[in-house]
Design a protein around this ligand. Structure first.
Ligand SMILES: [Zn+2]
Ligand SMILES: [Zn+2]
Length: 168
């Protein structure tokens, strides 16, 4: 997700570059590559390069109910500003920008990977479900109920009460 913007930085304010993104990157931090496809527009502003991206990707998540891995497609849309760290004409270092701001490195490389990772994290649901009516696991034997019923007797009581039931 690295784009050389040395040429764009030399252009007047308002200059635009459009890029197609079609790359495999480790965006979910699990070491597995995900295919990221989409478009990115770069706009030269007075102090920076503004990026506007729309991308599709798919990450592997674990269902919070049945614990099975599943593919979760998502669309990432974001706008981020990237500040240069060296002056493109003189090669002199520029004052370091405030913390937390994306930067263009000294070789004029704008790297979208970190932004894509951050927006991926934001787009992942807190309790992912393989599908919205996932049947989950049998609380008794752990059988995945999406694959059919297990042999346990139908229990209407919550297993956590079973000790209490015995007492009664
Ligand atoms: Zn599930
Ligand atoms: Zn069971």
């Amino acid at each position: 997700m690295q784009i050389n913007v040395s040429q764009l930085l030399r252009e007047p304010i308002g200059a635009i570059r459009d890029f197609k993104v079609n790359e495999v990157a480790d965006i979910s931090g699990d070491g597995k590559g995900c295919l990221v496809q989409g478009e990115c527009r770069l706009l030269r502003t007075q102090r920076s390069v503004l990026t506007k991206c729309a991308m599709n990707t798919e990450v592997e998540l674990t269902c919070s109910r049945c614990l099975s891995p599943f593919r979760y497609p998502m669309t990432l849309k974001f706008e981020e500003e990237y500040l240069p760290t060296v002056d493109v004409v003189s090669g002199m270092p520029l004052p370091s920008p405030e913390a937390g701001v994306f930067t263009i490195d000294e070789h004029h490389i704008l790297d979208l990977t970190e932004a894509i990772c951050q927006y991926t994290l934001l787009a992942v649901p807190m309790k992912p479900l393989c599908h919205k009516d996932c049947a989950g696991l049998c609380p008794n034997c752990g059988h995945n109920l999406n694959q059919g019923r297990c042999n346990c007797l139908t229990q209407s009581t919550d297993p956590r009460w079973s000790e209490l039931t015995k007492l009664l």
